[in-house]
Ligand binder design. Structure first.
Ligand SMILES: *Cc1c(COP(=O)(O)O)cnc(C)c1O
Length: 228
């Protein structure tokens, strides 16, 4: 990265940090996860130097490559991508948390890997398929309570809460009001494990925070368009 690119990145990072505080107002500001898919390790190194320690990755290969390139830094890697059975062990070995558990089978595979790797209780989140869209991953809304109850029974897992990717029609500018879907997600998350809600991306940051999100996952607004 040249010095102008570094300056722009720093500006956008601090801008997003202050937007988060503004949207939160008097409530506790959510944690920021910087989503880094499609970007190389250099911007992550810069972000780390400004205090960002948690990064979200979507692909096992990228997660591993970047964690190796940045192995000198105590980064918390969070996996937020689609889980493939044959990659779970590798992901558990590198990532501190997995936010995309959609089924009991996946949860059991994570638990087994965590046990073998001495990483229990391993923090997981249930990904909810928020709009029941075909082709989207995650647990259907109405199946969340049963899955949450099953995961809560597993001493090798630590159930943090609920993660959701709402349909893209929900954008900050469209309306100031918190959509009913966001309110339902907040209420459902209250009943899942530790009651945390991972909600909000570059386009719906404000809505998600006003709905009471505990963790926002921001890529584009900080890093710019993805390179792949
Ligand atoms: C890519 C991605 C994000 C970040 O999206 P932006 O719109 O770039 O902020 C957040 N969450 C998940 C699960 C993602 O895949």
């Amino acid at each position: 990265m040249d010095s102008q690119a570094t300056k722009d990145l720093e500006h956008r990072y601090h801008q997003v940090c202050s937007q988060i505080r503004e949207h939160a107002g008097t409530r506790a500001a959510p944690e920021l996860l910087v989503v880094t898919k499609g970007h190389g390790p250099e911007p992550l190194r810069a972000l780390f130097s400004w205090g960002q320690t948690s990064f979200g990755e979507n692909y096992a290969q990228e997660l591993i490559a970047k964690s190796e390139a940045l192995s000198d830094l105590p980064i918390r890697w969070i996996f937020i991508g689609h889980l493939q059975s044959n990659k779970i062990r590798k992901i558990v070995s590198v990532a501190s948390e997995i936010q995309t558990v959609g089924s009991l089978k996946q949860a059991e595979q994570i638990a087994r890997a965590a046990r073998d790797l001495g990483k229990t209780p391993y923090p997981v989140w249930i990904e909810v398929n928020a709009d029941q869209e075909e082709g989207k991953h995650g647990c259907p809304l109405d199946a969340v309570p049963a899955l949450a109850a099953a995961l809560a029974q597993n001493p090798e897992l630590r159930l943090r809460g609920l993660m959701a990717i709402p349909p893209s029609q929900f954008q900050d500018a469209t309306t100031g009001e918190v959509p009913p879907l966001y309110q339902s997600l907040r209420q459902l998350a209250d009943q899942v494990g530790e009651g945390q809600l991972s909600l909000g991306m570059s386009g719906d940051l404000g809505l998600a925070i006003r709905a009471g999100s505990n963790l926002v996952r921001i890529g584009t607004a900080i890093l710019g368009p993805r390179q792949v």
